[in-house]
Design a protein. Structure first.
Lengths: 116, 107
């Protein structure tokens, strides 16, 4: 079946602009995660959704970052007033989520964001 | 802050067995140990997960001693296509990645 997809694959923007990054999780996966990965580093957690609600947004670096998942499927990561330091690969992952059971996360290919 | 420590890089020749050891001294009773693999320009991919003793699947084996303060990922007879970054994680929601181990397989 289809895996996690992310669009766009690449996004180049100018400092101060607004960007939206989209994630389509695997059908039936109730948990959805956003991570950010800089060159040479491991992925860094941003936010985690369980269904439509953000279960943990402690990784969002500041209030310029916001994410939604209105229908419990597709998610959009929104970044306002972009800064050069926001340049990174933004990864989305999804997983099943059943109480008491650990599930692997399936990652998308990422969106490479470049802020000029 | 990552809860694990692993070597930054390793080199191996094709056909050899590769063992990557990870330290997780403060692992909690309910935590599992999970390994992910990441190729360039791709998202990480789950390899294996375990709680104690030994787990084996078609890709790798995972050895966890009784005190669970470390674990070893074993890749049998590596090929060039196993060149990747390997991450050891104490299974949490969310996942907490360190820098991983960059494995280079040489022909």
């Amino acid at each position: 079946g289809a895996g996690v997809s992310q669009t766009p694959s690449n996004k180049v923007t100018e400092k101060g602009k607004y960007v939206e990054l989209r994630c389509d999780p695997i059908s039936g996966h109730t948990a959805l995660y956003w991570y950010r990965q800089s060159l040479g580093q491991g992925p860094e957690f941003l936010i985690y959704f369980q269904g439509t609600g953000a279960a943990d947004d402690s990784g969002l670096p500041n209030d310029r970052f916001f994410a939604v998942r209105p229908e419990g499927s597709v998610s959009t990561l929104k970044i306002q007033r972009t800064e050069r330091g926001d340049s990174a690969v933004y990864l989305c992952a999804s997983s099943l989520s059943l109480a008491g059971v650990r599930h692997e996360q399936f990652f998308g290919p990422g969106t490479r964001l470049t802020v000029l | 802050l990552a809860k694990t420590t692993q070597p930054i890089s390793m080199d191996s020749y094709e056909g050899q067995e590769v063992n990557i050891t990870c330290s997780h001294n403060n692992i909690a009773t309910n935590d599992y140990i999970t390994w992910y693999q990441q190729f360039p320009s791709q998202g990480p991919r789950f390899i294996i997960q375990g709680y104690k003793t030994k787990v084996t699947n078609e890709v790798a084996s995972l050895f966890i001693p009784a005190d669970r303060k470390s674990s070893t990922l074993s890749l049998p007879r590596v090929s060039l296509s196993d060149t990747a970054v390997y991450y050891c994680l104490v299974d949490d929601t969310p996942l907490v990645f360190g820098k991983g181990t960059r494995l280079s397989v040489i022909a």
